[in-house]
Design a protein around this ligand. Structure first.
Ligand SMILES: *Cc1c(COP(=O)(O)O)cnc(C)c1O
Length: 422
């Protein structure tokens, strides 16, 4: 465990609470999050420290964003350099860092062109606009429809909650953006039925939007047969197949991109979370023939700015240089094995382990044990994990995590589990 030292006096917190104190802070921030009473003052690798000096193992990593862990020296150096050189310049001008990151992504994927924005939802917004333009311009569809999956998650803007197949995200914000229909994930007949029903009066499906593995929806890995079927249907009917790889991209699954796990290529994909290593960035990448957005169609003031793109480029180059995709695959196997041993030991409370690489979900036997209660208890054992729905706890550690740290994580999880069930 590295010693984390910083200049913040633990008792001089400016935020009205310190360390793991359970009192809620006086806050001027809107009440959109249920926050744990933990204030993090410093991070290093897979470890973070609270204001009282307690050290926690971070298996959340900013929800799959801190790809290289906290305060990675190469990342620190690159960002420091970039801050001193140029932080922001408008897309009115040429941005070499943006060109370089786009070139990296296109030479290491099946795509040819990239658009940059600042988040996952924005990347999906761009994908949805592209799908509609494709529908109108290429397919001649008057009111293009996009098919997405139940239990999916695509973001929190109006169009992306509309694309999200979970009613709880719609509630209170109706009317939804029109033009989305839902099928059951990994279910060929559900997909076929929806496609047929939607096109009963003629072709009007412009795109299918899918996560290769559903993250927020409960860590559900995509099924190869299902995805191959969808790919074939899309080819036959000239429907755009778009992958939301906001969570699965950038080595997370043990492959560089989630689509590598499924043996097919989508026509476009979106990235965000892991791409910036903690710096906000999002991207839509497309194959040449779907490069349909023209000047004036879409834009973002901050999208692809020099600082964010330098972050993205640094993450990608380090993932490659250190072999972190392969490392994530090996560490994922170890993590899955350790979690499976837990399931064997506590069959009354744990049901299953599923996931790819360092995106693993431990499925609980709801309702005897809920994901939020286990996550909360884990914090007292100084382990950070995150729920994926009510009955799954999710592990998304930095791709740099070491075997010993995974053992520590699972030991701490077991302690948390024991203190709930005993
Ligand atoms: C997190 C996530 C999003 C939303 O990303 P934001 O950056 O929060 O807008 C979209 N899709 C998937 C699959 C995600 O995991």
């Amino acid at each position: 465990m590295p010693e984390l030292v910083d200049g913040l006096d633990s008792k001089s917190s400016a935020f009205g609470f310190v360390g793991s104190s359970p009192t809620a802070p006086i806050t001027s921030v809107m009440n959109t999050y249920t926050r744990f009473p933990l204030q993090v003052s410093k991070g290093k690798g897979a470890w973070i420290r609270d204001c009282d000096g307690n050290q926690y193992l971070d298996a959340v990593a900013g929800i799959a964003t801190c790809t290289l862990g906290h305060s990675d020296p190469v990342m620190d150096w690159a960002l420091d350099q970039q801050l001193r050189k140029l932080q922001h310049i408008s897309n009115l001008y040429q941005i070499p860092e943006q060109e370089a990151l786009a070139a990296w992504i296109t030479t290491h994927s099946c795509f040819d062109k990239v658009f940059f924005c600042n988040s996952g939802a924005e990347a999906n917004e761009a994908a949805i606009k592209l799908a509609r333009k494709y529908g109108h311009q290429v397919r001649g569809i008057e009111r293009p429809i996009i098919l997405t999956a139940e239990a999916s998650f695509h973001g929190r803007t109006l169009a992306t909650i509309s694309a999200t197949g979970q009613p709880k995200y719609h509630k209170g914000f109706e009317p939804m953006v029109r033009g989305f229909r839902f099928f059951t994930y990994n279910d060929i007949s559900s997909f076929d039925r929806l496609l047929e029903a939607t096109e009963i009066e003629g072709p009007r499906v412009a795109a299918v939007l899918l996560e290769p593995l559903q993250g927020e929806g409960g860590v559900n890995p995509g099924n190869i047969d299902f995805f191959n079927h969808v790919r074939k249907c899309c080819d036959m009917k000239k429907i755009l197949l778009i992958f939301d790889e906001v969570q699965t991209g950038v080595g997370r699954t043990g492959e560089l991109w989630g689509y590598n796990k499924l043996g097919i290529e989508p026509d476009a994909f979106t990235l965000a979370k892991g791409l910036g290593g903690g710096i906000p960035i999002g991207a839509l990448a497309v194959k040449e023939k779907y490069d349909l957005l023209c000047p004036g169609d879409h834009a973002s003031t901050f999208g692809g700015n020099p600082f964010a793109c330098r972050a993205g480029l640094t993450v990608m180059k380090e993932v490659e240089r250190r072999g972190l995709t392969y490392h994530a695959r090996c560490m994922g196997e170890l993590l899955q094995e350790l979690l499976k041993q837990l399931v064997t030991r506590y069959p009354d409370h744990l049901r299953d382990v599923r996931g790819w690489g360092l995106l693993q979900g431990l499925v609980l036997n709801n309702p005897s044990l809920t994901a939020p209660s286990l996550v909360k208890q884990a914090i007292t054992e100084r382990l950070l994990i995150v729920p994926a729905g009510p009955e799954v706890v999710r592990f998304l550690p930095p791709l740099t995590i070491k075997p010993k740290e995974l053992h520590t994580a699972v030991n701490r999880l077991e302690k948390a589990l024991l203190s709930i069930i005993s």
